[in-house]
Design a protein around this ligand. Structure first.
Ligand code: ZN
Length: 245
């Protein structure tokens, strides 16, 4: 396995686009993987190549490191799921405390396919934008889930993949700040104007934080994060000194 090669789970959204920049900042060769699970916000699949091309055109330093893109058809996921991301039903909170935007098994399946592609491509590193800081409560976004996935994948494939989750402990405002540190205002603008987050697939309403309906939980999170990013001073990042004994 090649220690300088990474696969990034890339949906076309704000988080995974930030992770793509994070990976390009660290690894010599970076490939992307996305999933068609017949999501209602299919527009995110159309946005993916646009964002990738924007990276190549606007970040010449990274362009040479950005390798191929893999789009995996996992339509079977929508056949076994009854969720508001895969069916035409209202977004709502469920009795178990999880929103019905939760697609059971989604990230577990995505990680498994990403590892299968990484195995074939000889890439040691797998990067995903999951986060349990200001998330929707999805249990498959939690740090423990990802650590368990890393262990299960390595045991099941007899490999030494390293799963990276650069956004796990930062909120949406910090995710915008991370993008600015990695690629300056050029990257912030690319993410704001090209990526897609809205659950309803709305690309007709443009706000200061980007495209979206402005009403769904994904839009609300993105809008609030951008508001904090542009109006509040940055909180210092934790350092070794600060977190030491
Ligand atoms: Zn929305």
């Amino acid at each position: 396995m090649n220690d300088s090669d990474a696969i990034v789970l890339f949906s076309g959204g704000q988080d995974s686009t930030t992770c793509l920049a994070w990976a390009l900042d660290r690894f010599a060769h970076v490939e992307t993987i996305g999933f068609d699970y017949r999501q209602r916000h299919r527009v995110e699949l159309d946005v993916r190549p646009v964002v990738l091309n924007a990276f190549r055109e606007r970040f010449p330093n990274w362009a040479g490191q950005l390798g191929g893109d893999h789009l995996i058809d996992v339509a079977v996921l929508s056949q076994v799921s009854e969720t508001s991301l895969t069916r035409d039903v209202e977004i709502a909170m469920q009795a178990n405390g999880l929103p019905n935007t939760f697609v059971p098994g989604r990230n577990l399946l995505f990680m498994t396919f990403a590892a299968a592609v990484a195995y074939r491509r000889g890439a040691k590193h797998i990067v995903t934008g999951v986060c349990e800081t200001d998330y929707s409560g999805y249990p498959d976004c939690r740090d423990d889930t990802m650590k368990a996935m890393q262990l299960a994948l390595n045991l099941g494939m007899d490999t030494r993949f390293v799963v990276h989750t650069p956004l796990m402990w930062i909120d949406k405002a910090e995710t915008w700040r991370l993008a600015r540190r990695l690629g300056g205002d050029e990257l912030v603008n690319l993410i704001r104007d090209e990526t897609h987050t809205c659950y309803h697939g709305d690309r007709t309403h443009h706000h200061e934080w980007g495209w979206g309906c402005g009403q769904c939980p994904a839009c609300e999170l993105r809008a609030e994060g951008y508001r904090q990013f542009t109006t509040l001073p940055a909180t210092p990042l934790p350092t070794m000194e600060a977190s030491g004994p």
